[in-house]
Design a protein around this ligand. Structure first.
Ligand SMILES: Cc1cc2nc3c(=O)[nH]c(=O)nc-3n(C[C@H](O)[C@H](O)[C@H](O)COP(=O)(O)OP(=O)(O)OC[C@H]3O[C@@H](n4cnc5c(N)ncnc54)[C@H](O)[C@@H]3O)c2cc1C
Length: 455
């Protein structure tokens, strides 16, 4: 008799779990609360272009993303960013290049900071102290925050102006509340192996350089023309109509929120249950609001020559980043206009999320104009709110996840927790989380009393 799984949540993690069950020959029901698949993955129109509203860049190094794209037959379409030139940092309305020779904003040698005006002389000297400070100087907390360690070793100025926008910007985090082990494990390794963040980043860069010397430089990210949502569309199509005829079609239900208080009954009815929901109650989340604009090329004085601009929190702006989408991706190129995505909101700063649409657009445009003057109004504007969208991996994150999972296994051995709240927020990490969660339940001994069919 065919075994039956329930997947709750139709984002990338839930759909990946469903794919895994289907490949193993299980029947799978997927329930999604909203009227569309994909969760945070969403592509919609800006002017006449289809533009990603959520994620636009998938880490190529992490195998799970590329593997799924190949399995879905989309690999021939992938594109890479036009250039890997890093973003600018905006300080007091002026754009500064990231100093050459920094990794995550950390210098690989104090000399690489000499010519930058991003830091004062005192700030540069303070950063160099990292080379002298004993490692014991680092707090021996089990899992300190990124901010705590970087401030102790490199000083506040470098931490606030370079490291916070680069490391904190990814998850819209406050780095003083961001787990170093979970969010920046490279820094933990640097300290453990080299006794200094600067020496650790130099070693990291050298290893990357050594690889580049022997192979063709591999692009860090990839995307799909037409949007990342194509992955979701292909995945849903595959689940509904599996190519291999012997695999059962999944039962896919939109507008079907599952009441999680009924979990004990669901665990009895199904052989396996995967909870791929977000947000998760035990986690804290950052909310972001994004405004994507199409602007005539003639309206811009600045040359959009990198992937965008980062705005450190110390500058007090609502804006956290401006991504120059049409400079970053060739499929957004247009002869006459450019696309800019303005992002606001970070953990602990909800000012922008509280503004009404018109005020949000006006505020973000005003702030951008201090650094990048725009003559006239956008030709097209799209507003996207992402409330409680980015889980915050606070110090102690791994222990928290282990406890949540072991409590669940104790109560319901055939239920598992997957998705961005647990194992990494990037798309490849969510795919892997969903797949691993399903695999773990495919093994008969881990499932409780199989009942054969759940519906
Ligand atoms: C603005 C933004 C930009 C990002 N940029 C990138 C990027 O460039 N690259 C990258 O790799 N990652 C990026 N991310 C992160 C990545 O998109 C997400 O971490 C990932 O898509 C989350 O997938 P998920 O399946 O875990 O959760 P979600 O996508 O949140 O899916 C969870 C689903 O569960 C549903 N649900 C919740 N409760 C129930 C219930 N009770 N019953 C049924 N359904 C329920 C929800 O409606 C939702 O559809 C970005 C995220 C955001 C918000």
């Amino acid at each position: 008799m065919s075994r039956r799984a329930l997947v709750v949540g139709g984002g990338i993690a839930g759909l990946s779990a469903a794919y895994e069950f289907q490949q193993a020959g299980w029947t799978v029901d997927v329930h999604e609360a909203t009227g569309r698949w994909g969760g945070k993955i969403l592509t919609s129109d800006v002017g006449d272009r289809l533009v990603d509203s959520g994620p636009d860049a998938i880490l190529a190094r992490a195998a799970a993303g590329m593997e799924l794209v190949r399995q879905l037959g989309l690999a021939d379409d992938i594109v890479h960013p036009v250039s890997n030139v890093p973003a600018y940092i905006c300080l007091d309305g002026r754009l500064h290049e990231l100093p050459e020779g920094t990794v995550f904003g950390i210098p690989t040698d104090p000399s690489v900071l000499h010519s930058t005006e991003l830091l004062s002389e005192a700030g540069k000297q303070r950063a160099a102290q990292d080379l002298e400070l004993p490692v014991e100087h680092v707090d021996t907390d089990d899992d300190p925050s990124v901010g705590k360690v970087c401030r102790q070793r490199l000083g506040d100025e470098l931490t606030d102006r370079l490291i916070a926008p680069l490391i904190g910007g990814i998850n819209a985090s406050n780095i003083d509340r961001l787990s170093m082990r979970s969010a920046a494990p490279q820094l933990t390794a640097a300290l453990a192996q080299h006794g200094s963040l600067i020496r650790g980043m130099a070693a990291l860069r050298q290893r990357a350089g050594a690889t580049l010397g022997t192979e063709r430089a591999a692009p860090v990210f990839f995307s799909l023309p037409g949007g990342v949502q194509r992955i979701i569309d292909a995945l849903v199509e595959h689940l509904a109509n599996p190519k291999a005829g012997h695999l059962p079609a999944a039962d896919l239900k939109l507008n079907s929120p599952v009441d999680l208080s009924t979990l004990p009954e669901l665990a009895d009815r199904f052989d396996a249950v995967v909870l791929a929901t977000a947000p998760v109650e035990a986690m804290n989340y950052a909310s972001v609001s994004q405004v994507t604009i199409e602007v005539s090329k003639d309206a811009l004085e600045a040359e959009l020559d990198t992937s965008g601009i980062l705005f450190p929190a110390t500058g007090g702006t609502h804006l956290t980043a401006c991504t120059w989408l049409s400079s970053k991706w060739s499929h957004y190129h247009h002869d006459d206009s450019v696309l800019l995505r303005l992002t606001s909101g970070r953990y602990g700063d909800d000012r922008a999320n509280k503004l009404d649409d018109d005020t949000l657009v006006a505020t973000l445009l005003d702030e951008l104009q201090t650094a990048v003057p725009i003559d006239g109004q956008p030709q097209a504007t799209r507003i996207q709110r992402w409330p409680n969208a980015l889980p915050q991996y606070e110090p102690g994150h791994r222990n928290k996840v282990e406890t949540l999972r072991s409590n669940m296994t104790e109560r319901h051995p055939n239920v598992t927790l997957v998705g961005a709240a647990y194992d990494g927020i990037g798309i490849p990490a969510c795919i892997e989380s969903g797949r691993n969660g399903a695999r773990q339940l495919l093994t008969p001994q881990t499932a409780s009393q199989p009942v054969g069919s759940g519906s």
